[in-house]
Design a protein around this ligand. Sequence first.
Ligand SMILES: [Fe+2]
Length: 297
Amino acid sequence: MTSIIQQKSIQHHPRLGIEVLQGCNLTCLTDIQIHELKTSLWEHGVIVVRQQHLSAQELEEFARQTFGNLMFGGPSKPLDPDISPDLQSQYVNILGNPKGLDQEPIEKYAWEWHHDKDRIPRIEGLEMNALYVVMLYGVEMPGEDIHGQPHTTEFLDMVEAYNNLDPQRQQQLEQMSMYHLPPIFSKSADVATDVPMKVHPIVSTHQVTGKKGLYLGSDTAIPVGMEDRPEEAKHFWKDLFQTVIDRTPVFSHVWYPGDIVFWDNSQVMHRGVPYDATQHQRIALRLGVVDNQSIQK
Ligand SMILES: [Fe+2]
């Protein structure tokens, strides 16, 4: 198994997945190191910081100081007495089976390709093009997935996906927008339910780098003009995504405990890979934050 992990971990992608701040502790970065981390994130879409030992509270504090106000979660979230307090914080979600091998993971929707931005479509005043960053911290990770391969999260570079399209197709998509729904409809208190679906161009321009990339959301997205034709909308999305996946190499991050992967949902899609939760424990802390410090207005 070790040799497979080593073999897969040395794969390289021209843009995604670089390791940054080697040997650093995220809880005590200098301003220069934080600048380096954010610059790398916008430039590379997916970055990795390894060998971290953070509590959920420390992860949350790091996110607040580095990116800005946290927007999801809140003080009403109760502590779960069956889970270590070190793994719990108001804005941090625990993924996997933190209560043991008999606990079925609930995040199966994450095994389909999507951009996160889960709740942005239903939050008033927040644009779809906001710089929504996800931090995923692997506290305990399975040794393998259900196929016996190293446990990974997979990523697609949507800048590369745009660049790989024919010029004609690029021009056609530049004229189009889609309505977006969250992959899961959430009724939690911090999400308004009466906000109309938000519209976003399919070809979107990154707010910091200015690069063009495709923004597909998830397969619930509906092209403007196809609101009354759900079958056609679904077909459009699937056909476009098939073109993307046929032409764009997938980057797989092979997980080691202590890794924190950051990704920029503006121009990166991702999916999780299923694992056998009766055989392996997976404890991952996830935190989503909208950066409000990087854009010079
Ligand atoms: Fe996700």
